[in-house]
Design a protein around this ligand. Structure first.
Ligand SMILES: Nc1ncnc2c1ncn2[C@@H]1O[C@H](COP(=O)(O)OP(=O)(O)O)[C@@H](O)[C@H]1O
Ligand code: SF4
Ligand SMILES: [Mg+2]
Length: 316
Protein backbone atom coordinates (compact mmCIF):
# COMPACT_ATOMS: atom_id res chain seq x y z
CA UNK A 1 0.00 0.00 0.00
CA UNK A 2 1.15 3.51 -0.65
CA UNK A 3 0.79 6.42 1.73
CA UNK A 4 -1.53 9.15 0.50
CA UNK A 5 -0.22 11.61 3.07
CA UNK A 6 3.35 11.28 4.27
CA UNK A 7 4.73 13.64 6.90
CA UNK A 8 8.39 13.44 7.80
CA UNK A 9 10.17 15.11 10.70
CA UNK A 10 7.86 18.11 10.63
CA UNK A 11 8.70 21.13 12.80
CA UNK A 12 6.88 24.41 13.20
CA UNK A 13 8.30 27.25 15.22
CA UNK A 14 6.27 30.43 15.71
CA UNK A 15 7.79 33.67 17.00
CA UNK A 16 5.66 35.25 19.68
CA UNK A 17 5.79 38.59 21.47
CA UNK A 18 8.34 40.15 19.15
CA UNK A 19 8.44 43.76 18.04
CA UNK A 20 10.16 45.99 15.53
CA UNK A 21 13.61 45.28 16.93
CA UNK A 22 13.33 42.23 19.19
CA UNK A 23 12.66 38.95 17.24
CA UNK A 24 9.99 37.22 19.42
CA UNK A 25 10.48 34.15 21.54
CA UNK A 26 10.45 30.84 19.69
CA UNK A 27 7.34 28.71 20.30
CA UNK A 28 7.87 25.16 19.10
CA UNK A 29 4.29 24.19 18.16
CA UNK A 30 5.25 20.99 16.30
CA UNK A 31 8.44 19.05 17.09
CA UNK A 32 9.49 16.34 14.71
CA UNK A 33 6.22 14.67 13.71
CA UNK A 34 6.43 11.79 11.23
CA UNK A 35 3.43 9.79 10.08
CA UNK A 36 1.95 8.08 7.03
CA UNK A 37 -1.71 7.84 6.11
CA UNK A 38 -2.66 5.10 3.68
CA UNK A 39 -5.09 5.78 0.87
CA UNK A 40 -8.67 5.25 2.04
CA UNK A 41 -7.67 5.06 5.71
CA UNK A 42 -8.36 7.32 8.69
CA UNK A 43 -5.53 8.59 10.84
CA UNK A 44 -6.72 10.09 14.10
CA UNK A 45 -4.62 12.71 15.84
CA UNK A 46 -5.59 13.20 19.49
CA UNK A 47 -4.30 15.30 22.36
CA UNK A 48 -5.31 18.11 24.68
CA UNK A 49 -5.79 21.63 23.41
CA UNK A 50 -2.45 23.27 22.58
CA UNK A 51 -0.68 20.04 21.62
CA UNK A 52 -0.11 21.17 18.01
CA UNK A 53 -2.82 19.23 16.18
CA UNK A 54 -4.27 22.17 14.26
CA UNK A 55 -0.79 23.33 13.29
CA UNK A 56 -0.17 19.93 11.68
CA UNK A 57 -3.56 20.23 9.92
CA UNK A 58 -2.76 23.74 8.64
CA UNK A 59 0.57 22.59 7.24
CA UNK A 60 -1.03 19.59 5.51
CA UNK A 61 -3.73 21.91 4.06
CA UNK A 62 -1.05 24.28 2.78
CA UNK A 63 -2.25 27.14 5.01
CA UNK A 64 1.06 27.24 6.92
CA UNK A 65 4.63 26.47 5.85
CA UNK A 66 6.70 24.07 7.94
CA UNK A 67 9.85 25.42 9.62
CA UNK A 68 11.51 22.16 8.56
CA UNK A 69 10.50 18.70 7.44
CA UNK A 70 8.42 17.59 4.48
CA UNK A 71 4.85 16.77 3.54
CA UNK A 72 4.13 14.57 0.51
CA UNK A 73 0.56 14.23 -0.76
CA UNK A 74 -0.03 11.39 -3.19
CA UNK A 75 3.71 11.21 -3.73
CA UNK A 76 4.08 14.91 -4.46
CA UNK A 77 6.26 17.20 -2.32
CA UNK A 78 4.29 20.21 -1.05
CA UNK A 79 6.67 23.13 -1.59
CA UNK A 80 4.25 25.99 -0.89
CA UNK A 81 4.32 27.27 -4.47
CA UNK A 82 1.09 28.31 -6.12
CA UNK A 83 1.24 25.37 -8.53
CA UNK A 84 1.32 22.76 -5.77
CA UNK A 85 -1.26 24.71 -3.74
CA UNK A 86 -3.78 24.80 -6.57
CA UNK A 87 -3.20 21.09 -7.19
CA UNK A 88 -3.74 20.52 -3.46
CA UNK A 89 -7.15 22.27 -3.62
CA UNK A 90 -8.37 19.64 -6.06
CA UNK A 91 -7.38 16.63 -3.98
CA UNK A 92 -7.62 17.70 -0.36
CA UNK A 93 -10.26 19.76 1.42
CA UNK A 94 -10.72 20.91 5.02
CA UNK A 95 -13.73 20.50 7.28
CA UNK A 96 -13.24 22.63 10.37
CA UNK A 97 -14.75 22.79 13.81
CA UNK A 98 -17.02 25.77 13.59
CA UNK A 99 -20.05 25.26 11.35
CA UNK A 100 -21.33 28.63 12.61
CA UNK A 101 -18.37 30.77 11.66
CA UNK A 102 -17.27 29.06 8.46
CA UNK A 103 -20.46 29.58 6.44
CA UNK A 104 -21.18 33.04 5.06
CA UNK A 105 -24.52 33.93 6.74
CA UNK A 106 -25.76 35.99 3.79
CA UNK A 107 -25.53 33.13 1.29
CA UNK A 108 -28.17 30.52 0.56
CA UNK A 109 -27.32 26.87 1.17
CA UNK A 110 -27.20 25.99 -2.53
CA UNK A 111 -24.85 28.92 -3.25
CA UNK A 112 -22.60 27.90 -0.38
CA UNK A 113 -22.37 24.38 -1.75
CA UNK A 114 -21.78 25.29 -5.38
CA UNK A 115 -19.34 28.13 -4.64
CA UNK A 116 -16.21 25.95 -5.03
CA UNK A 117 -17.62 24.64 -8.32
CA UNK A 118 -18.39 28.14 -9.63
CA UNK A 119 -14.79 29.12 -8.86
CA UNK A 120 -12.89 26.04 -9.99
CA UNK A 121 -15.19 24.37 -12.53
CA UNK A 122 -16.13 27.12 -14.92
CA UNK A 123 -16.77 24.42 -17.54
CA UNK A 124 -20.02 23.34 -15.81
CA UNK A 125 -23.31 24.66 -17.15
CA UNK A 126 -26.00 26.12 -14.86
CA UNK A 127 -27.99 22.93 -15.22
CA UNK A 128 -24.98 20.75 -14.35
CA UNK A 129 -24.38 22.91 -11.26
CA UNK A 130 -27.94 22.39 -10.06
CA UNK A 131 -27.70 18.65 -10.53
CA UNK A 132 -24.37 18.53 -8.73
CA UNK A 133 -25.71 20.50 -5.74
CA UNK A 134 -28.77 18.24 -5.54
CA UNK A 135 -26.47 15.21 -5.55
CA UNK A 136 -24.19 16.65 -2.89
CA UNK A 137 -27.12 17.56 -0.63
CA UNK A 138 -28.51 14.04 -0.98
CA UNK A 139 -25.09 12.57 -0.31
CA UNK A 140 -24.75 14.37 3.04
CA UNK A 141 -28.38 13.76 4.03
CA UNK A 142 -29.71 17.32 3.61
CA UNK A 143 -33.31 17.58 2.39
CA UNK A 144 -33.50 19.52 -0.91
CA UNK A 145 -36.08 21.81 0.71
CA UNK A 146 -33.17 23.52 2.51
CA UNK A 147 -31.48 24.63 -0.72
CA UNK A 148 -32.84 28.16 -0.63
CA UNK A 149 -32.50 28.67 3.15
CA UNK A 150 -29.75 30.57 4.96
CA UNK A 151 -27.32 29.09 7.51
CA UNK A 152 -29.11 30.71 10.49
CA UNK A 153 -32.20 28.65 9.68
CA UNK A 154 -30.29 25.37 10.04
CA UNK A 155 -29.32 23.33 13.10
CA UNK A 156 -25.65 22.85 14.04
CA UNK A 157 -25.63 19.33 12.57
CA UNK A 158 -27.21 20.54 9.31
CA UNK A 159 -24.64 23.33 9.04
CA UNK A 160 -21.80 20.85 9.45
CA UNK A 161 -23.42 18.76 6.68
CA UNK A 162 -23.36 21.87 4.46
CA UNK A 163 -19.65 22.31 5.27
CA UNK A 164 -19.05 18.66 4.33
CA UNK A 165 -21.01 19.03 1.07
CA UNK A 166 -18.91 22.09 0.21
CA UNK A 167 -15.74 20.14 0.94
CA UNK A 168 -16.94 17.31 -1.33
CA UNK A 169 -17.94 19.61 -4.22
CA UNK A 170 -14.64 19.26 -6.08
CA UNK A 171 -14.51 15.49 -5.47
CA UNK A 172 -11.37 15.51 -3.33
CA UNK A 173 -9.55 12.32 -2.41
CA UNK A 174 -8.88 13.41 1.13
CA UNK A 175 -10.54 15.43 3.91
CA UNK A 176 -8.68 17.09 6.76
CA UNK A 177 -11.20 17.08 9.60
CA UNK A 178 -10.12 19.38 12.43
CA UNK A 179 -12.47 18.88 15.40
CA UNK A 180 -15.38 18.30 12.96
CA UNK A 181 -17.93 17.50 15.66
CA UNK A 182 -16.61 19.38 18.70
CA UNK A 183 -19.16 22.18 18.36
CA UNK A 184 -22.12 19.76 18.10
CA UNK A 185 -24.36 18.16 20.72
CA UNK A 186 -23.26 14.63 21.59
CA UNK A 187 -26.34 13.05 19.94
CA UNK A 188 -25.64 14.93 16.69
CA UNK A 189 -21.92 14.12 16.83
CA UNK A 190 -22.61 10.42 16.21
CA UNK A 191 -24.80 11.21 13.17
CA UNK A 192 -22.13 13.36 11.55
CA UNK A 193 -19.39 10.81 12.33
CA UNK A 194 -21.53 8.04 10.83
CA UNK A 195 -22.06 10.15 7.70
CA UNK A 196 -18.28 10.62 7.37
CA UNK A 197 -17.78 6.91 7.90
CA UNK A 198 -20.35 5.96 5.24
CA UNK A 199 -18.92 8.46 2.75
CA UNK A 200 -15.51 6.90 3.22
CA UNK A 201 -16.80 3.35 2.67
CA UNK A 202 -18.53 4.47 -0.52
CA UNK A 203 -15.81 6.55 -2.10
CA UNK A 204 -12.54 5.50 -0.51
CA UNK A 205 -11.74 8.95 0.92
CA UNK A 206 -8.61 9.37 3.04
CA UNK A 207 -9.11 11.18 6.36
CA UNK A 208 -6.80 13.06 8.68
CA UNK A 209 -9.12 13.34 11.69
CA UNK A 210 -8.23 15.63 14.56
CA UNK A 211 -9.97 15.66 17.91
CA UNK A 212 -9.20 16.39 21.55
CA UNK A 213 -11.70 13.59 22.28
CA UNK A 214 -10.20 10.11 22.25
CA UNK A 215 -13.68 8.58 21.94
CA UNK A 216 -14.19 10.33 18.57
CA UNK A 217 -10.80 9.23 17.28
CA UNK A 218 -11.26 5.67 18.57
CA UNK A 219 -14.65 5.38 16.85
CA UNK A 220 -13.37 6.48 13.44
CA UNK A 221 -9.68 5.74 12.99
CA UNK A 222 -7.51 2.92 11.67
CA UNK A 223 -4.37 4.48 13.10
CA UNK A 224 -4.02 6.83 16.01
CA UNK A 225 -1.32 9.31 17.00
CA UNK A 226 -1.29 10.79 20.50
CA UNK A 227 0.23 14.29 20.63
CA UNK A 228 1.51 16.24 23.62
CA UNK A 229 3.40 19.55 23.48
CA UNK A 230 4.02 19.27 19.75
CA UNK A 231 5.34 15.71 19.65
CA UNK A 232 3.88 12.27 19.09
CA UNK A 233 3.96 10.30 22.34
CA UNK A 234 2.40 7.13 20.95
CA UNK A 235 1.35 5.94 17.53
CA UNK A 236 -0.08 2.70 16.18
CA UNK A 237 -3.10 0.74 14.96
CA UNK A 238 -6.09 1.96 16.95
CA UNK A 239 -7.19 -1.42 18.36
CA UNK A 240 -3.69 -2.16 19.54
CA UNK A 241 -3.05 1.23 21.11
CA UNK A 242 -6.38 1.07 22.95
CA UNK A 243 -5.91 -2.56 24.01
CA UNK A 244 -2.36 -2.04 25.24
CA UNK A 245 -1.50 1.64 25.61
CA UNK A 246 2.21 2.02 26.38
CA UNK A 247 2.42 5.69 27.24
CA UNK A 248 1.07 7.06 30.55
CA UNK A 249 -0.41 10.04 28.65
CA UNK A 250 -2.44 7.71 26.40
CA UNK A 251 -3.66 5.85 29.49
CA UNK A 252 -4.68 9.13 31.11
CA UNK A 253 -6.62 10.21 28.00
CA UNK A 254 -8.37 6.82 28.01
CA UNK A 255 -9.27 7.21 31.68
CA UNK A 256 -10.66 10.69 30.94
CA UNK A 257 -12.69 9.41 27.96
CA UNK A 258 -14.22 6.50 29.86
CA UNK A 259 -14.40 7.35 33.57
CA UNK A 260 -17.17 4.76 34.06
CA UNK A 261 -14.71 1.96 33.21
CA UNK A 262 -13.14 2.46 36.63
CA UNK A 263 -9.67 2.57 35.14
CA UNK A 264 -6.69 2.18 37.46
CA UNK A 265 -5.05 5.18 35.85
CA UNK A 266 -5.61 8.51 37.51
CA UNK A 267 -7.16 11.14 35.29
CA UNK A 268 -4.88 13.98 34.22
CA UNK A 269 -3.88 16.48 36.86
CA UNK A 270 -2.76 20.03 36.18
CA UNK A 271 -2.38 22.00 33.00
CA UNK A 272 -0.40 21.51 29.80
CA UNK A 273 2.88 23.44 30.32
CA UNK A 274 3.61 26.39 28.03
CA UNK A 275 5.37 25.39 24.81
CA UNK A 276 7.44 28.57 25.31
CA UNK A 277 9.09 26.91 28.27
CA UNK A 278 8.69 23.13 27.93
CA UNK A 279 9.84 20.85 30.79
CA UNK A 280 13.32 19.32 30.55
CA UNK A 281 13.64 15.56 30.09
CA UNK A 282 10.33 13.92 29.25
CA UNK A 283 7.90 16.77 28.50
CA UNK A 284 5.13 14.82 30.27
CA UNK A 285 7.07 14.28 33.54
CA UNK A 286 5.44 17.07 35.64
CA UNK A 287 2.06 15.33 35.18
CA UNK A 288 3.19 11.70 35.08
CA UNK A 289 2.59 9.54 38.14
CA UNK A 290 5.33 7.14 36.96
CA UNK A 291 8.02 9.81 36.53
CA UNK A 292 11.49 8.95 37.85
CA UNK A 293 14.77 10.86 38.19
CA UNK A 294 15.70 9.66 34.70
CA UNK A 295 12.47 11.17 33.27
CA UNK A 296 13.35 14.58 34.68
CA UNK A 297 16.77 14.41 33.03
CA UNK A 298 16.52 12.49 29.71
CA UNK A 299 13.96 12.94 26.96
CA UNK A 300 12.67 9.54 25.78
CA UNK A 301 12.78 8.88 22.03
CA UNK A 302 9.82 7.51 20.13
CA UNK A 303 10.72 3.84 19.83
CA UNK A 304 9.09 0.77 18.39
CA UNK A 305 7.36 -1.35 21.05
CA UNK A 306 5.54 -3.74 18.68
CA UNK A 307 5.17 -3.95 14.89
CA UNK A 308 3.77 -0.55 13.77
CA UNK A 309 3.38 0.55 17.41
CA UNK A 310 5.62 3.31 18.79
CA UNK A 311 5.85 5.05 22.14
CA UNK A 312 8.01 7.77 23.68
CA UNK A 313 8.40 6.64 27.28
CA UNK A 314 11.47 5.20 29.03
CA UNK A 315 9.27 2.50 30.54
CA UNK A 316 6.97 1.76 27.56
N1 LIG B 1 -0.10 31.56 14.58
C1 LIG B 1 0.42 31.24 15.77
N2 LIG B 1 1.32 32.05 16.37
C2 LIG B 1 1.84 31.73 17.58
N3 LIG B 1 1.56 30.61 18.26
C3 LIG B 1 0.66 29.77 17.71
C4 LIG B 1 0.05 30.04 16.45
N4 LIG B 1 -0.80 29.00 16.17
C5 LIG B 1 -0.72 28.15 17.20
N5 LIG B 1 0.16 28.60 18.13
C6 LIG B 1 0.54 27.92 19.39
O1 LIG B 1 1.01 26.63 19.04
C7 LIG B 1 0.59 25.66 20.00
C8 LIG B 1 -0.19 24.57 19.30
O2 LIG B 1 -1.43 25.11 18.85
P1 LIG B 1 -2.48 24.27 18.00
O3 LIG B 1 -1.77 23.65 16.85
O4 LIG B 1 -3.61 25.15 17.70
O5 LIG B 1 -2.89 23.12 19.03
P2 LIG B 1 -4.22 22.21 19.12
O6 LIG B 1 -4.90 22.26 17.80
O7 LIG B 1 -3.71 20.86 19.48
O8 LIG B 1 -5.05 22.81 20.21
C9 LIG B 1 -0.21 26.43 21.04
O9 LIG B 1 0.64 26.74 22.12
C10 LIG B 1 -0.64 27.68 20.30
O10 LIG B 1 -0.82 28.75 21.20
S1 SF4 C 1 9.30 8.83 30.30
FE1 SF4 C 1 8.86 8.98 32.49
S2 SF4 C 1 7.70 10.89 32.73
FE2 SF4 C 1 7.71 10.37 30.57
S3 SF4 C 1 5.83 9.26 30.28
FE3 SF4 C 1 7.41 7.72 30.65
S4 SF4 C 1 7.36 7.37 32.86
FE4 SF4 C 1 6.22 9.27 32.50
MG1 LIG D 1 -6.90 22.75 17.33
Amino acid sequence: MSAFISISDLHKVYRVGGGMIRPGQPLHAVRGISLDIEKGATYGLVGESGSGKSTVAKIVMGAERPSSGAVHIDGRLMDGRSKSLSWLRTCLQPVLQDPYGSLNPTMRIRDLIDEPLRIHRKDLTARQLILRVNNLMAQVGLPSSLALRHPRELSGGQKQRVAIARALALSPQCLVLDEPVSALDVSVQAQVLNLLHDMQSESGLTYLLISHDLAVVAHMSDHVGVMYLGALQEQGPVEEVLASPRHPYTRALMAAAEPERGSLTEPLQGEVPSPLNPPLGCVFHPRCSAASERCRRDAPLLRQVAPAHWAACHYA
